[in-house]
Design a protein around this ligand. Structure first.
Ligand SMILES: Nc1ncnc2c1ncn2[C@@H]1O[C@H](COP(=O)(O)OP(=O)(O)OP(=O)(O)O)[C@@H](O)[C@H]1O
Length: 907
C-alpha cells in the first residue's frame, strides 16, 4: 500500500521520514493506493499469466455437531486434491466431485496449511510482488480461524492454533532478520461493513463517542489508473512481530461480530489486513534501490443465506449488504472467467478493493472454507461452485519496480509538505478545510469519476436506444401481419379444416367411447376375479404368517437361549483362560524360583568343592615338595655309593686286566715252550723212527715189511696227534685271551620328576568360568521371567478385550436381532422382506459363530504362543544342566589328573 503525495511521479512512498535508519513508531493518516499500475512495470514479468490459486479447507465437525450425530457429507482427498460432496446423504442420486489446487481435510493443522499453501506466497511478497490471500465461505466454516486463529499462546509465543496472518508475520520478520536486511514495514487494518470502510487501527479519540471513534468512515476513490485510493486510513510503522500481533489483537477486537445460529462469534464484516515492506537492495550507481512488496490478508464475511443463518430482523440489511458485495464478487469472477468486456468492479467496495488481486497484477490465493455437515450441503455446494469458477481467473503478476532512495526521499518531503498544508488549513479556518491543491486534485478525481459514470450512462443509453429500436421493429412486423390481405382467405381454409377435423374427432370419440365401455366391463370382471384371488391369497398369507410368526418366536427363543449359552461359554472361556494364564504364570514363577534356588545351591556347592580341591591341591603340593626333597637326598646318597662302587669296580678291572695280560703272557710262553717241546719231540721221534727203520729197509722179509709199514703208520698217527695238540693249544690260548677282557659297565640314571603345579591357576579359571555361567544364568532367568510375565499379561489382556468385544457384539447383535424380528413381524405380509430379514438374521448368526470361532482361535493361538516359550525355557534349563555337568566333569578330570601326578611322583 503506497502513499500518493504526487501522482505525477507515479510511484509510492513509505510513511517514515527515514525508513531505514533508527526506526521509531509512527502513525499517520494517509491516502492509500490499491492498484498502482505505474509502480509495477518490470518488463520481464509482463505477459506472464498465472491462475488464481484456489484451495479448499474443510473444518472438523464441532463438538455440538458430534453430540447431535450430524452426518458427514464431505470427503476430502488431499493427495488427489479432490473434494466430494456426498449428495446421497440427502437422498440425491449422484455425488459431486471438485478438484482444486490444494485440498485440506478436517485433520489438517494450521501449520501444515501455512507451510504448504501460504509460505511460498509470503516469499513472493519479499521478492517485491503484491499478493493477496482471502478466505471465502459460509459462516462458521473457519474463515477467521484459518486467517487469524489464536495469535499468541499464554506464554506470548506464536500459538499452535495461529492462522495465516500471524504465521506470515513471523516468516517475514524471520526472513528479513536472517538476511540482515535493511527494511521498513507498515500495516493497515480495515473493515468493510454495510459498504462503509472503517479503520480498525484508528487512534482512540477521547473527545468522540466510542462508536464514532471506532467507526470513522473512510473514503475510497479511484486513482484514474484502474486502482483505488483509500483516504484517511492509519498506517502503523512496525518493528517486530509482537508489534503486529498487538495491532491485530486490537483491530480484531474492534471488528463487528454477532451470533448467528451457525456461529456464536460470527464476523459480520469483511476485513483486510495489509503489510507493506520496503527492503533496501544493492545500489545502482550512487543510487540505493528499494524493493517493495505488499501482502493483503482478507477475511470475508460469511456467505450464508439469511434464513439459514438465522440473523435477526435488525441484521437483514447487514446480510443484504454483505451478500451484495459477495454477489458482486461472484459477478466479477464470472466476468473475468468468461472474458466479458465489462467487469463490474465498481459495483461494490469489496471488488474495488480487490481489483488488483482479481485479474490484476497481484498474485492471489483463495481459501474456500466448508463445513463437513450434511445440514450445510447446499451452502457447501454453492461455495465449491464459487471457488471452482474462481480457478479460471488469470492474473498477470508483476513485481513492483524498484525505487531509488532519492526519489523516495523526495516523495517523502512532498508528502510532509502536503500534510503541513493540511494542518495549516485546518488551523487557520473553522470546520474541515483542505488545501487548495488537494481540493483541485479531489475535484479532478471527482471529474474523472463523473466522466466514467457519464461513459457508463452513455453505454446504457445506447443499449436502451438499440433495444427500443428493435422493439419498434417487432411491433411494426406484428401489425403488418395482422393487417395483411390474405388474412380472410386463410381464415376460410382454416374453417373448412376445422369442420373436417371436428367430424373426424366426433367419430373417433364415438369409437373411443365404445372401446372404453367394453374395456370397463372387462375391467370389472378382471377386478372381481382379482378380488377373489386376493381374498384366497390373503387367507393363505394369514396362515403362512401365523406359522412364520410361531417359527420366528421359536427362533427367537432358540436364539436367546443360544446367546445365553454363548455368553456362559464365553465367560467360562474367559475364566478358564485367566486361570490357565494364572496357573502358567505361577508354574513359571515357581519353576524359575526352583531353577534359581537350584543354581544358587549348585553354585555354592561347586564353590565348596572347588575350595576343597584347591585345599587338597595345596596339601598335595606340600607333600610333593617334601617327597621331592627326600628323593633328592636318597639320590645323593645312591650317587655317592655308586661312585664308590664304580671306583672299586674300575680298580677290580684294572687288576683283572693285569692278571689277564700276565696270564696271556704265561699262556704264550707255555705255548712257545710246548710247541718247542713238541717240535723237539717230533724231531726226536722222527730220528728215532728213522734209526729204527733204516736197517730194516733192506730186509725184504714179509715180516719186516709188515713191521715197517706198521711203524710208519704209527709215526704218521703220532705226528697228526702232535699237530692236533698244537692247534688246540693255540685256540685255547685265543679263547682265554678273549674271555679275560669282557667286562660289563654299570650305568646309573636318576630321573627326577619335577612337578610344575599349575593346578591352582586352572582352578581359578574354572571358578571364574563358573561365576560367569552363574551370572549369565541369572540374566537369562530375569529376561525370560520378564518375557513370560509380559506375554502372560498380554494374553490375559487380549483375552479380556476379546471377551469385552464379544460381549458388546453379542448385545448389539441381540439388539439388532430384536429390531430385525419386530421388523419382520411388522412386514410379515411381504414374503420378500421376511426372506431378507431371515437372511440378515442368519448372516448375523453366522457372524456371531465366526466371532466365537475367532475368539477360540485366538485363545488357541495364545496357547500356541506360550508353548514355544515354555519349550525355550526347558531348553534353557537343559542346556544349563548340560553346562553344569560338563563343568563338574571338567573339575573331576582336573582333580584326577592332579591325583595321578601325585601318584606318579610318590611312585
Ligand atoms: N479447522 C478447524 N479446526 C478446529 N476448529 C475450527 C476449524 N475451523 C473452524 N473452527 C471453529 O469453528 C468456529 C467457527 O469458526 P470461525 O469463526 O473461524 O468461522 P467463520 O467462517 O469465520 O465464521 P463467520 O463468517 O461467521 O465469521 C470457531 O469456534 C472455530 O474455532
Amino acid at each position: 500500500m503506497f502513499f500518493t503525495p504526487n501522482r505525477k511521479l507515479g510511484f509510492s512512498l513509505p510513511p517514515s521520514p527515514a525508513p531505514f535508519t533508527a526506526p521509531r513508531s509512527e502513525r499517520r493518516p494517509s491516502d492509500l493506493r490499491w492498484a498502482d499500475g505505474a509502480s509495477s512495470s518490470s518488463r520481464n514479468d509482463k505477459d506472464k499469466e498465472a491462475n488464481v490459486q484456489v484451495m479448499v479447507r474443510c473444518r472438523p465437525l464441532s463438538d455440538e455437531e458430534q453430540r447431535l450425530n450430524v452426518q458427514h457429507a464431505i470427503l476430502c482427498n488431499e493427495q488427489r486434491r479432490e473434494v466430494t460432496v456426498l449428495q446421497s446423504v440427502i437422498g440425491r442420486q449422484l455425488d459431486k466431485a471438485f478438484t482444486f489446487d490444494k485440498v485440506f481435510g478436517p485433520r489438517a493443522q494450521q501449520r501444515s496449511i501455512y507451510e504448504h499453501a501460504i509460505s511460498p506466497i509470503v516469499h513472493d511478497v519479499l521478492e517485491g510482488f503484491n499478493c493477496t490471500v482471502f478466505a471465502y465461505g459460509q459462516t462458521g466454516t473457519g474463515k477467521t480461524y484459518t486467517m487469524e486463529g489464536e495469535i499468541r499462546s499464554k506464554s506470548g509465543e506464536l500459538s499452535a492454533d495461529a492462522g495465516v496472518t500471524p504465521r506470515a508475520v513471523r516468516q517475514i520478520f524471520d526472513t528479513l532478520e536472517a538476511q540482515k536486511a535493511d527494511y521498513s514495514m507498515k500495516v493497515t487494518f480495515l473493515e468493510l461493513y454495510n459498504e462503509e470502510i472503517i479503520d480498525l487501527l484508528a487512534p482512540e479519540d477521547s473527545s468522540r463517542s466510542m462508536e464514532d471513534r471506532q467507526r470513522r468512515p473512510i473514503s475510497l476513490m479511484e486513482d484514474g489508473k484502474g486502482g483505488a485510493v483509500i483516504r484517511g486510513l492509519e498506517e502503523e510503522v512496525v518493528y517486530s512481530a509482537n508489534d503486529i500481533y498487538g495491532l491485530l489483537e486490537r483491530g480484531s477486537a474492534r471488528r463487528r461480530t454477532g451470533d448467528t445460529l451457525l456461529n456464536k462469534q460470527s464476523s459480520r464484516s469483511h476485513s483486510v489486513f495489509s503489510i507493506t515492506i520496503h527492503v533496501k537492495e544493492g545500489a545502482l550507481g550512487d543510487q540505493e534501490l528499494i524493493k517493495c512488496g505488499r501482502l493483503n490478508l482478507v477475511d470475508l464475511a460469511g456467505s450464508e443465506n439469511i434464513s439459514r443463518s438465522g440473523v435477526r430482523e435488525s441484521r437483514a440489511r447487514e446480510a443484504g449488504e454483505l451478500n451484495k458485495s459477495l454477489l458482486t464478487l461472484g459477478r466479477v469472477i464470472t466476468a473475468l472467467v468468461e472474458h466479458s468486456g465489462h467487469v463490474p468492479y465498481r459495483d461494490s467496495k469489496l471488488t474495488r478493493l480487490l481489483r488488483e488481486s482479481l485479474g490484476g497484477k497481484a498474485k492471489t490465493c483463495i481459501i474456500a472454507t466448508i463445513s463437513p455437515s450434511a445440514h450445510c450441503l447446499e451452502e457447501t455446494l454453492s461455495t465449491l461452485d464459487y471457488a471452482y469458477r474462481a480457478k479460471g481467473i488469470r492474473n498477470k503478476p508483476e513485481a513492483n519496480q524498484k525505487l531509488s532512495k532519492s526519489v523516495l526521499l523526495k516523495d517523502l518531503y512532498l508528502e510532509m509538505e502536503r500534510m503541513k498544508q493540511d494542518v495549516k488549513a485546518a488551523r487557520e479556518k473553522n470546520g474541515v478545510y483542505i488545501p487548495h491543491e488537494r481540493f483541485v486534485q479531489d475535484e479532478a478525481e471527482k471529474k474523472e469519476n463523473l466522466e466514467e459514470t457519464k461513459r457508463a450512462l452513455h453505454v446504457v443509453q445506447e443499449d436502451y436506444r438499440t433495444n427500443y429500436q428493435i422493439l419498434k421493429e417487432k411491433e411494426s412486423m406484428i401489425s403488418k401481419l395482422l393487417h395483411a390481405d390474405h388474412k380472410t382467405k386463410s381464415e376460410a381454409a382454416n374453417k373448412q379444416l376445422i369442420m373436417g377435423f371436428r367430424s373426424q374427432l366426433d367419430q373417433s370419440l364415438k369409437d373411443l367411447h365404445k372401446n372404453i365401455v367394453g374395456s370397463v366391463s372387462q375391467q370389472h370382471q378382471l377386478l372381481r376375479r382379482m378380488d377373489e384371488h386376493a381374498c384366497s391369497f390373503i387367507a393363505r398369507k394369514c396362515e403362512v404368517t401365523k406359522s412364520i410368526e410361531s417359527k420366528v418366536g421359536k427362533m427367537k427363543d432358540t436364539y436367546s437361549s443360544g446367546i445365553a449359552v454363548m455368553r456362559e461359554l464365553a465367560s467360562a472361556l474367559d475364566e478358564k483362560a485367566s486361570s490357565n494364564q494364572e496357573k502358567l504364570k505361577s508354574l513359571l514363577t515357581s519353576g524359575t524360583m526352583t531353577v534359581e534356588n537350584f543354581l544358587i545351591t549348585s553354585a555354592s556347592e561347586a564353590e565348596e568343592v572347588l575350595h576343597e580341591i584347591q585345599r587338597s591341591l595345596v596339601e598335595q603340593k606340600q607333600l610333593l615338595s617334601f617327597s621331592t626333597q627326600q628323593q633328592e637326598a636318597g639320590l645323593q646318597r645312591s650317587l655317592a655309593a655308586t661312585h664308590v662302587i664304580s671306583k672299586m669296580t674300575i680298580d677290580f678291572f684294572h687288576d683283572l686286566e693285569n692278571r689277564a695280560s700276565r696270564l696271556k703272557t704265561i699262556l704264550e710262553e707255555n705255548h712257545v715252550q710246548v710247541s718247542q717241546q713238541m717240535a723237539n719231540f717230533q724231531k726226536a721221534f722222527q730220528v728215532h723212527n728213522n734209526a729204527y727203520n733204516e736197517p730194516t729197509k733192506e730186509l725184504k722179509h714179509p715180516v719186516f715189511i709188515v713191521v715197517q709199514e706198521k711203524s710208519m703208520k704209527e709215526e704218521s698217527e703220532a705226528l697228526e696227534k702232535i699237530a692236533g695238540i698244537l692247534s688246540s693249544l693255540t685256540s685255547n690260548k685265543t679263547k682265554m685271551v678273549g674271555k679275560c677282557f669282557n667286562l660289563a659297565s654299570f650305568l646309573f640314571w636318576l630321573l627326577a620328576w619335577i612337578l610344575k603345579l599349575s593346578s591352582s591357576e586352572k582352578v581359578a579359571a574354572s571358578m571364574q568360568r563358573w561365576r560367569n555361567a552363574e551370572s549369565s544364568i541369572c540374566a537369562l532367568h530375569k529376561d525370560y521371567g520378564a518375557d513370560i510375565d509380559s506375554s502372560s499379561e498380554e494374553a490375559v489382556l487380549a483375552s479380556h478385550n476379546l471377551l469385552e468385544d464379544f460381549m458388546t457384539r453379542v448385545s448389539s447383535t441381540d439388539l439388532e436381532f430384536d429390531m430385525g424380528t419386530s421388523d419382520l413381524l411388522r412386514g410379515v405380509n411381504g414374503n420378500h422382506s421376511l426372506t431378507l430379514s431371515l437372511a440378515y438374521n442368519r448372516s448375523h448368526g453366522c457372524h456371531i459363530h465366526n466371532h466365537l470361532a475367532d475368539s477360540l482361535l485366538l485363545d488357541h493361538k495364545s496357547k500356541e504362543e506360550m508353548e514355544p516359550l515354555s519349550a525355550l525355557c526347558l531348553d534353557q534349563l537343559k542346556s544349563l544342566q548340560d553346562y553344569q555337568t560338563e563343568n563338574i566333569a571338567d573339575i573331576r578330570d582336573h582333580k584326577e589328573t592332579c591325583l595321578s601326578k601325585e601318584y606318579k611322583v610318590c611312585f
